[in-house]
Design a protein around this ligand. Sequence first.
Ligand code: NAD
Length: 424
Amino acid sequence: MSTVAAPVSHLRENPFEIAQQQLHRVADTFKIDPNLISVLQQCKKAVVVSVPVVMDDGTVHAFEGYRVTHNIARGPSKGGIRYHPDVTLDEVKSLAMWMTWKCALMNIPFGGAKGGIACNPKQLSRTELQKMTRRYTSEIINEIGPEKDIPAPDVGTDGRVMAWIFDTYSMNKGHSVLGVVTGKPLNIGGSLGRLEATARGALYIIREAVRKQGATIAGQRVAVEGFGNVGMYLARFLAQEGATVLAVSDSSGGVYNSNGIDVETAIAHKQETGSLDGLKDAERITDEELLLLECDVLAPCALEQVITSDNADKVKAKIICEGANGPTTPTADEILEDRGVLVLPDVLANAGGVVVSYFEWVQGLQEYFWKEDEVNARLNDISTRAFNETWATRESRGTSMRMAAYGLAVNRVAEATTTRGLYP
Ligand code: NAD
């Protein structure tokens, strides 16, 4: 009899405890009322559901699913749905809390939420994936809605999954409800620019950061970890602006060329073969080697906790752009700060997705759709404003970009909570 080892989770530390620690540090630095922090350090609601699915071979598998709302003081909650084997309730709670701060920092009228199912979407057939998604949607149908909580794609989910959520919800309501989910395909009410929005937002933030150093994106040497929605488009946009993309990686490992990877060839190769393995004119490197490359900008765009106390002192990049949520642990953050590495925090760097999700929601409610140029220009306005506010707070407080971004965001949520008053 053979035994299969359980997969090792990418989560070395409890992510919800990390998110709470970050909140407490912000509260100390910005002198936020401890009574408010005792509200904000918890999630408003966490729902755990069983999602039984008849698999293609006739067996039944019950997946565990979650939907968590962290806070709704500034508007309905908003946050992605993750399909990944390592999904846990605490991971979803941390991601929900970060969504609250992200929406507040970008000053869009949403609170924070997140959802997920512990599953390996790569091992599910299309039919199994669709059945699982529709059953999960039915299980959380009382939690979501255009005025309540609006899901979107995250790791392992995409427009196709959003289409099934939209359809299941709409079937149950008896009419199409465009505003229930964002990241939908264009032919059923998606927004132009949404697919690339997270990467485009990250591009705008990097552009502002290098401008502060008197430089432009052209000529920057960059490494991008993760080659999914965020990483792939970010690598493409950076290359289009003249940066040299030294390396990219996915879950099969990394590829490197000191003269630059041809990003379009890498995208075509990934689409054809499903991985970066075997890409021409590139040498194989490990994901860890990619993180430690000599470069100007490192963009972790995969999962949490990849820059830790084990490797932070060896990171050589001058700027880290957190395309992923939570890629840097708090201890690593301190090491990087001491070493003068400029960390562009997740709540700022990857907020482009939720900003254009907001645009998609507005367009859906109005049933009036904008041109792509208009979407990108408005995203640029919001991203640049958030960057400048964060930069100014960093300067005036003599703190890190992360602390400045969180400080601005937590203050906004705290003020909204105070203005509304605590019910009853
Ligand atoms: P995705 O599923 O499209 O892509 C994830 C990528 O990471 C894949 O290429 C996968 O192969 C790679 N990956 C997984 N494990 C890896 C490893 N150990 N080493 C290297 N690569 C690895 O997901 P996504 O939507 O691009 O999300 C990536 C990150 O960005 C997540 O942290 C997510 O929360 C965050 N994010 C996504 C959005 C969005 O709009 N999609 C918005 C904000 C933040």
